[in-house]
Design a protein around this ligand. Structure first.
Ligand code: AMP
Length: 447
């Protein structure tokens, strides 16, 4: 879709438009993104997380090795190409693999454990574009690496819930346990046996999943597959003892920290590397209304989850590091921002108080420095340096709803003065140019 639906401004055939599944962040959206980023950086640094940035482009083998062949991402969604050195490279489809590569590569196991990290940036998946699903999207990612205790799982979930709450979004945590890798292998066999006789009744994707990644059958959204999902044997009944204990403790932490959760046996996550705790955050209104916190849900009915994650104890060893347990999660930021918009989150007041107008060439040359004087003194000022006539500038000031306009003309410049105009009553006063910031602050305080 072109960025505008206005027929008059529709680009001509030759004008370029963005690619399908990609989109521009327009200036009106920026305050929401900035708010989410500032809440994230404050919250996670308060809880001892450090920000990390990893490259958008990585060796293809990193993702194949960690996410697993047979997963939707690896099989059909990666933006993979050969670079000029004939190496196969991939635009990152998720962040955990890159962060774990960096953990191993930079010897972070020598730092005090656990290492708590957060990251923010674009990801790429060649998905079918639809509402809430893009080919370039953004995630906020948090990871606790180097701790196998339940408290780490609970901290990640608690903070994910808190992040949304600080943005004015209420969520419910949908939580499940995938057990140990061995227990899951056993369960996969049970599930395969169950589905084999129903093979001919499954959707096309599920038929493929049966051969490659049977757990993903539980994640199918096709209506025709739902009855089979409900009747399927549940992973929770096949958990190993240690994973069961781990899960119960995580739930105890959640209950104590008043995080609303729902046991959801259908949260399986799409990637190979997860074990034990797996969870998603759903907008509270989309969660099963009939299920109360802590009770198993009756249906899958997955809405567009805001984010999800889980424990991945084997991943770091898999990419060549020493055995290091870890847990993490990622939010889809387009979905978070959409909810911020629809829940009418109030953003910080950004309206300017003062408009700086200039008249004549000499005054225009001084305008940058005067503007900077105001800005660095903490006055919320705005100007249009490129505009010439005073009338037009004052009209603009009026439109912006500022309290004062300050006017610098040739005469004032020679006298070392400047005019302050009260925009409500039009009264003008001449003041010392050197004292302009203080004079404005005094008047704004009175207002
Ligand atoms: P995942 O990495 O698949 O577990 O996804 C975590 C979160 O990222 C999801 O809950 C979504 O909010 C978001 N997400 C995943 N894929 C996309 C996509 N193609 N477009 C937009 N957001 C996405």
């Amino acid at each position: 879709m072109p960025p505008t639906s206005d027929k008059k401004t529709k680009p001509t055939k030759s004008a370029p438009i963005h690619l399908r599944g990609f989109k521009d962040m327009l200036p009106e959206e920026a305050p929401f993104w900035q708010r989410a980023y500032s809440v994230a950086s404050k919250l996670f640094s308060d809880y001892g997380f450090s920000e990390i940035g990893t490259p958008i482009l990585e060796a293809t083998s990193l993702f194949k090795r960690t996410l697993g062949e047979g997963t939707d991402i690896v099989d059909k969604e990666m933006f993979t190409f050969t670079d000029r050195s004939r190496d196969s490279v991939t635009l990152r489809p998720e962040m955990t693999a890159g962060i774990c590569r960096a953990y191993v590569e930079h010897g972070m196991f020598n730092r005090p454990q656990p290492v708590k990290l957060w990251s923010w940036g674009p990801l790429f998946r060649y998905d079918r574009p639809q509402a809430g699903r893009f080919r370039q999207f953004h995630q906020l990612d948090i990871e606790i690496i180097g701790n196998n205790r339940e408290v780490a799982d609970a901290e990640v979930i608690f903070l994910s819930h808190l992040f949304c709450r600080e943005l004015g979004i209420e969520t419910t945590v949908q939580v499940n346990s995938l057990g140990s890798t061995e227990a899951r292998k056993e369960y996969n066999k049970v599930l395969k046996d169950y589905y084999r006789s129903k093979r001919r009744l499954l959707c096309e994707d599920c038929t493929k999943r049966l051969a490659k990644n049977v757990l993903r059958l539980l994640d199918c959204k096709q209506p025709g597959c739902q009855p089979f999902i409900h009747e399927a044997p549940q992973l929770i009944d096949h958990l190993d003892e240690e994973s069961k204990k781990h899960f119960v403790k995580v739930l105890e932490y959640l209950a104590e920290s008043q995080v609303p959760y729902i046991l959801n046996p259908y949260i399986v996550r799409g990637l190979d590397y997860y074990n034990r705790t797996a969870f998603e955050l759903w907008p509270a209104f989309a969660s099963q209304s009939e299920a109360s916190a802590g009770e198993p849900v009756a249906a899958v009915s997955a809405p567009n989850a805001l984010g999800g994650g889980g424990r991945y104890d084997g991943l770091i060893e898999q990419i060549g590091g020493r055995s290091t347990p870890a847990v993490g999660m990622a939010f889809g930021l387009e979905r978070v921002v959409d909810l911020m918009k629809s829940s009418k989150v109030s953003l910080e007041e950004t309206r300017p108080d003062v408009f700086l107008a200039q008249l004549g060439e000499e005054a225009a040359k001084h305008a940058f420095l005067i503007f900077e004087k105001l800005r660095s003194a903490g006055v919320r000022a705005v100007a249009n340096f490129a505009r010439e006539g005073l009338k037009g500038q004052l009209e603009l000031a009026n439109k912006l709803g500022v309290v004062f306009a300050v006017i610098l003309g040739q005469k004032e410049l020679l006298d070392g003065t400047i005019i302050i105009r009260d925009m409500e009553n039009g009264i003008q006063e001449v003041v010392d140019l050197n004292k302009i910031a203080d004079e404005l602050k005094k008047r704004l305080k009175k207002n």
